[in-house]
Design a binder for this molecule. Structure first.
Ligand code: SF4
Length: 324
C-alpha cells in the first residue's frame, strides 16, 4: 500500500491550489530473500521513488515497509541508522556521489567510517577484499574518481554499497548510463556478487533486455501503480497486461532484419492528476467505457502472476470490445 505524493511548489499552483504529483500510489510487492525483483516501466512511472521509499531516503505518505520482519517505517533515527547497514543503493551515475577530493579507498571505506566499524588494519583488509570482489586492482585505492572510467566508477559504487553487511541492494538504473559492452560486465558482476554474497536485489530499470538477464520476478509499473507482477518467464512469455505487451514489443530483437515495434502509443500522461479508472486507458487500444471510470483490480492468472486489467476479469471483459 505504499503511497507517496509530492506537492509542487508555487510554480505548480493551478487555480490557487497546489498540484499534486502522484508518484507512487498504493503499490504493493514482496521480494524473497536471495531473489531479484525487477521494477520496470518508462521514465516517470515512479520506480525510482519506490526504491527511495524502501530505503527511507524519502518518507512514504502511507503504507507499510517490512524487511525481514522489521517495520522500517516505525524505526526511530538511531534504529534506522543501524538498519541501513543492511540496505544500500547503487545509482545510475555514481560520479555525482563520489567526492572528487577523496581517494577511491577512502570512498569505499566511508560507510565503515560513518558506522565506526573496525580498526585501521581490518579496514585495510576489507578494502582489499572489496576491490578484489568488484574486479578493481589494489592500486586503484589511491586514485581519484576522475581518473576512472564510467564502468570502473560503477564498480566503486558497488564496492561502497557492499562495505557493510548489506543483504538488500537497490540497483536504480545501475547500468543504464554505461556503454553496452560495459553494461554486460557490470550485469555479470552483479550476478556473481549476488551468488557469492547471498544478496537480494530490488533492480529498477527501464531496459527490458537487461531485466531479462537480471530478474527472477518482475513488477511492471505505470504512472505510479503496479499493473502486472509475475515470474520473469511468465512476463516475457505470456505478458497479460496491454502495457506490458507494448513494453516488450518495443525491445530490440537480435535476429537480423527484425525491428522493434514502436514504443507504446503516445506520450505517458502527467503523474499530476493522472487519468481516472485505468491509468493506461489514454494509450490502450482495448480501452472501453469501464476503463475510463473504474480502476481494475489485480486478477490472478497463474502462480504468482497477476495483472490489473478489465480484459482479464471475466466480470468486466464482456463489457470491452474484443482485443485486436
Ligand atoms: Fe486497457 Fe482497459 Fe485493460 Fe486498462 S483496463 S489496460 S484501458 S483494457
Amino acid at each position: 500500500g505504499l503511497t507517496r505524493h509530492f506537492a509542487l511548489g508555487a510554480g505548480g499552483l493551478l487555480g490557487g491550489r497546489p498540484q499534486i504529483v502522484r508518484a507512487v500510489d498504493d503499490v504493493s510487492f514482496s521480494i524473497r530473500r536471495g531473489e531479484t525483483l525487477a521494477v520496470v516501466g518508462e521514465s516517470g512511472c515512479g520506480k525510482t521513488t519506490v526504491g527511495r521509499l524502501v530505503l527511507r531516503l524519502i518518507e512514504a505518505d502511507a503504507g507499510r515497509i517490512e524487511i525481514g520482519g522489521t517495520d522500517i517505517r516505525a524505526l526511530d533515527d538511531a534504529a534506522l541508522r543501524r538498519f541501513r547497514r543492511r540496505i544500500q543503493i547503487v545509482i545510475q551515475d555514481p560520479f555525482g556521489s563520489l567526492n572528487p577530493r577523496m581517494t577511491i579507498g577512502a570512498i569505499i571505506l566511508e560507510p565503515l567510517e560513518v558506522h565506526r566499524e573496525g580498526n585501521a588494519a581490518s579496514r585495510r583488509a576489507r578494502l582489499a577484499a572489496l576491490l578484489e570482489m568488484v574486479g578493481l586492482p589494489a592500486e586503484f585505492a589511491a586514485r581519484f574518481p576522475h581518473e576512472l572510467s564510467g564502468g570502473q566508477r560503477q564498480r566503486v559504487g558497488i564496492a561502497r554499497a557492499l562495505a557493510l553487511e548489506t543483504d538488500l541492494l537497490v540497483c536504480d538504473e545501475a547500468v543504464s548510463a554505461l556503454d553496452v559492452s560495459v553494461q554486460a560486465q557490470i550485469v555479470n558482476l552483479l550476478q556473481r556478487i549476488k551468488r557469492e554474497q547471498g544478496l537480494t536485489y530490488l533492480f529498477i530499470s527501464h531496459d527490458m533486455a537487461i531485466v531479462r538477464h537480471m530478474a527472477d520476478r518482475i513488477a511492471v509499473m505505470y504512472l505510479g501503480q503496479i499493473v502486472e507482477t509475475g515470474p520473469k518467464r511468465a512476463i516475457f512469455d505470456a505478458p497479460a497486461h496491454p502495457y506490458t505487451r507494448a513494453l516488450l514489443a518495443s525491445v530490440p530483437r537480435s535476429e537480423p532484419g527484425t525491428r522493434p515495434a514502436p514504443a507504446v502509443l503516445g506520450d505517458i500522461p502527467s503523474p499530476i492528476d493522472p487519468p481516472p479508472g485505468c491509468r493506461f486507458h489514454t494509450r490502450c487500444p482495448h480501452a472501453g467505457d469501464i476503463c475510463r471510470t473504474v480502476r481494475p483490480a489485480p486478477v490472478a492468472l497463474a502462480a504468482a502472476h497477476t495483472a490489473s486489467c478489465h480484459l482479464l476479469d471475466p466480470a468486466t471483459a464482456a463489457q470491452l470490445r474484443s482485443p485486436s
